[in-house]
Design a protein around this ligand. Structure first.
Ligand SMILES: [Zn+2]
Ligand SMILES: [Zn+2]
Length: 246
């Protein structure tokens, strides 16, 4: 005791309880399909490119939920997101949002929708760029403000206006707590740098063993360019190797 300022134990907020429910539902659904020993469930405060709220990491067999995004969803949408990700785990992420994935998601009781959209007004930050693109974010602005990264701009464009919605559920302390309670393990150090050629570790995908060029190194993923397809892909550090597999 003494002069130390020890925080009292934190009580779960309604948002925190909702997220914990999603966690249990995901674990139960994996267990029902005999996948509990193979797949694990983790939480991040927020994931990039996560409109629906989750990501399936094939090479490490992880489902990762974006707590801030899940917090924005209605109860039925939260369950739908769980079914969405577990369907990926069952049919294999290589199937993408194909018919095989869709029918599995529906079989699990889900909508089979590839993406959920929700009102910009639910987000903690929303705005518009001079070209009229709607902008939303679950992350606070950089010191320079927000920029629109729509593909139609050659360079990121500063927003014309943006507002903070302090009442957004994404700002609830339960969001941060979930990420602290179930953090995704640290990724390995990136083995490749920009400009190097990497090969996709096979997982039953049409791009298995495809050579790609690293164009950006992010926190857990590379952005890798596939020359023949002329497209960039986000690939986990664990998903590429220095040489094609035998
Ligand atoms: Zn998906
Ligand atoms: Zn724009």
């Amino acid at each position: 005791m003494g002069a130390t300022t020890k925080k009292p134990p934190q009580r779960a907020t309604p948002v925190g309880r909702d997220l914990a429910k999603v966690h249990r539902f995901a674990k139960d659904l994996l267990a029902q399909h005999g996948l509990s020993d193979i797949w694990s469930v983790f939480w991040a405060e927020s994931l990039e490119n996560s409109n629906g709220g989750g990501a399936t990491r094939t090479h490490t067999k992880r489902i990762v939920f974006s707590a801030a995004h899940i917090a924005l969803l209605a109860p039925a949408e939260r369950r739908d997101t769980v079914r969405h990700e577990v369907a990926h785990a069952i049919v294999g992420a290589a199937a993408g949002h194909s018919e095989a994935w869709r029918s599995k998601a529906i079989e699990l009781g889900g909508s089979g929708l590839a993406q959920l959209t929700h009102s910009a007004l639910l987000y903690p930050w929303y705005g518009r760029c001079p070209d009229g693109h709607a902008f939303t974010s679950v992350r606070p602005p950089a010191s320079t403000g927000f920029t629109c990264r729509d593909d139609s701009h050659d360079e990121p464009v500063e927003l014309e206006w943006w507002e903070k919605n302090a009442k957004s559920r994404a700002l609830d302390p339960g969001v941060k707590r979930m990420a602290e309670e179930f953090p995704e393990p640290e990724p390995p150090a990136p083995a490749f740098s920009v400009g190097e050629t990497v090969y996709l570790v096979p997982f039953g995908h049409k791009l298995d063993n495809a050579p790609m060029t690293v164009v950006e190194v992010k926190a857990r993923q590379y952005v890798a360019h596939h020359a023949d397809m002329g497209e960039d892909f986000n690939v986990d550090f664990e998903a590429v190797a220095a040489a094609p597999a035998e």
